[in-house]
Design a protein around this ligand. Structure first.
Ligand code: ZN
Length: 345
């Protein structure tokens, strides 16, 4: 059953107020606007259908409203003083209830009008003196340090709940002040260059030390295990090569694996090692080419250590001087000197 507000008890009035407040507060921005539009239309229609007498009454009400607002504006101090006095006479219980009510009001009004309030603050700040700005930022810093945890958790919570809206706003604000912001950043960087380089250096060093010490630690702790794993890996791959090429010297046929080596048929071992990085690298490479048997048979052979070394000597002796690189020429010279030393003995 509909009840006029003027007929309600104070308690009922409070409940109704609360209900309508929560109702509109929980609506989305779109729905709120729709509601306002509907209300505007209703008021318009109502005014059109008024009798002269009603119009007169409405005018009077409007006048009273304006007068009350003006009264509030002009006598704010007086009204506030009266309010304070009333509060001073309250019992502790009433005071606490009033405080709770105030807190609730402040919270909802802050949530609701955050943008407006922030905008107003920004506008106000523009007319401040440098001193005042400085003092204000000091105050903020102090407050932030004292309430760091709670501020952070609140802002995280707020971001979680309004992610899209916040991102949208930030994007708009960035686009609006892009050039100003970039030039400010540039200027700041220029003026604090030392700070930046110092910071970067420190960070790099810390990270490097941390990394290498971590690696060292890890190696130290797992040394035996790592070596065992490495040997196992290499032996497995070697065995696979022996399966393809035969586990014996291609020249003398010796089968003792202690003496067996892997040899490049076309004497491009050095270049290959450079490209693939030693035995490990070559084995990795073989894995990469999926153990292509044709490549292996055409390029690699198993030789005993003696024949591998002897082959190396023969290369230098068989080739013409012009065909050798300067390094090979040096090696040949060394070999000849060794031979002539042994012959002369
Ligand atoms: Zn041999």
């Amino acid at each position: 059953m509909y009840k006029k507000r003027s007929d309600m008890t104070l308690e009922e009035l409070e409940i109704t107020r609360e209900k309508s407040h929560n109702g509109s507060y929980n609506l989305s921005e779109e729905k709120q606007e729709k509601k306002r539009e509907k209300n505007r239309e209703y008021q318009k229609k109502r005014r059109e259908n008024m009798t002269e007498e009603e119009k007169e009454k409405e005018k009077d009400r409007e006048y009273q409203r304006k007068k009350a607002a003006k009264n509030l504006e002009n006598n704010r101090d007086k009204i506030n003083a009266r309010r304070r006095e009333r509060r001073a006479n309250m019992t502790e219980e009433q005071k606490e209830a009033q405080r709770e009510k105030d807190r609730k009001y402040r919270k909802t009004s802050l949530e609701k009008n955050r943008d407006k309030i922030n905008e107003k603050r920004r506008e106000e700040r523009k007319s401040w003196t440098e001193e005042k700005k400085e003092a204000d930022s000091e105050r903020h810093k102090k407050y932030y340090i004292e309430h760091k945890e709670i501020i952070k958790s609140r802002s995280v919570e707020r971001y979680k709940n309004n992610k899209d809206e916040i991102n949208k706003k930030a994007k708009i604000r960035y686009e609006e002040n892009k050039e100003e912001k970039l030039s400010y950043q540039k200027e700041y960087y220029k003026n604090n260059l030392e700070k930046y380089t110092e910071y970067n250096k420190r960070r790099y060093q810390n990270k490097r030390e941390e990394d290498s010490s971590r690696k060292r630690e890890y190696y130290k702790e797992n040394k035996e295990c790592l070596i065992e794993y490495q040997m196992k890996y290499i032996n497995e791959l070697k065995n696979r090569l022996y399966e393809i090429l035969g586990a014996k010297c291609a020249i003398c046929g010796i089968e003792d694996r202690k003496f067996l080596t892997i040899d490049h048929i076309h004497d491009n071992g050095k270049q290959d090692r450079k490209e693939k990085g030693g035995l490990n690298g070559m084995l990795r490479y073989l894995k990469k080419i999926d153990w292509d048997e044709e490549y292996i048979k055409n390029n690699l052979q198993i030789l005993c250590y003696n024949h591998n070394l002897g082959k190396g000597r023969r290369i230098y002796l068989d080739k013409l001087d012009e065909e050798l690189t300067s390094e090979e020429r040096g090696n040949k010279k060394l070999l000849m000197e060794t031979f002539s030393f042994f012959w002369s003995v």
